[in-house]
Write a protein that binds this ligand. Sequence first.
Ligand SMILES: [Zn+2]
Ligand SMILES: [Zn+2]
Length: 376
Amino acid sequence: MVLKEISHWIRDLGVRLPEPFRCGCGLTHRVPIRSLLFGRGVIDEVQRTIEGLGVRVLVVADPTTKRIAGESVIEALSANGARVEESIVSEPTVDESYRLSEALVGRDLAVAVGGGSVIDVCKLASKIADIPYVAVPTTLSHDGVVSPTASLIGTDSVKRSILCNPPVGVLFDSDILENQPRRMISAGCADILAKATSLKDWELGRDAVNERYCELTARVVKTSLDSLVDSLRMGNFDIAVLCRSILLSGVAMALMGSSRPCSGSEHLIAHRLEASKQKNALHGELVGLGTIMMSKYHEVENEGWWEDAKLSHESILSILRGLKVPTSREELGISTESIVNALMTARDLRPDRFTILHKRPLNLRDAESLVRETVG
Ligand SMILES: [Zn+2]
Ligand SMILES: [Zn+2]
């Protein structure tokens, strides 16, 4: 087993863990992560992430993730003297989080083993029950593993982002994560490439409407983006790179207590498309499509766009093609009409979150030509 304590991935950038610290941006940031492990077979070391947090543990999984990693986690915890029970979650809903929060009563902490849905249900349940949780991701198809926000379906059937807390510990087991479906890894990479546009949208908010902006957080996000782009361009990608980028992206959101640094116009477009029946596409794939269009739009309309050629629209497009994520609306089965509509109405989803779509709203003709030029 190769085991690595990886807190330095964050500390080296100037972020303190887990105690609060004052920042030049005027905020007191707090990222409550106490333990971060990466390596082969690292789930056998789960005990290390819960030291000092108590022994009454609820392991949360779904039937698949229980088989992939949940059983090993339960075994490892039990062997080390923890009193472990398990709870299986079925759907990413607010109701499910309330049900789970009742199962958490009398427990010291939760360990969420799974992809986005399990971790998101556990995030909100832990917040309601006011106990900490550890995340053990089995897939990395988006950057929500470490973030403080949960994306859950409410009683009105609408998916919303709910502010909760980041995990107190994360275990990235490379044996498990290397074996996730390729499509998941590619979607996760696309969600990180989206930082090229989300960071520029945040800068526009700072410059146009005096929005709070944190240089430290922006540096964390840029490092997340750069390290992934560099490794994909050089053809030496390995799963550690994606783990690090996803971790940094989650930490950035924890620093700001908001998804703002990592979610800009490209995410607004993806959310519009998600709301309109794109059930089969992964979040990262829709975000990738949004990033293709918005990197082009920024490049033309925003004089502050990246000068570095590796972050040009063309370069982003070519990286996404290399990842084999869908890069045209046709591959995703989206009509021109829906995508044009998403471009024109995405900004209404978040009038408060200034982006290039707020600065330069697209009219019908311009939206149609942007779609034609970029995603067909
Ligand atoms: Zn995302
Ligand atoms: Zn700051």
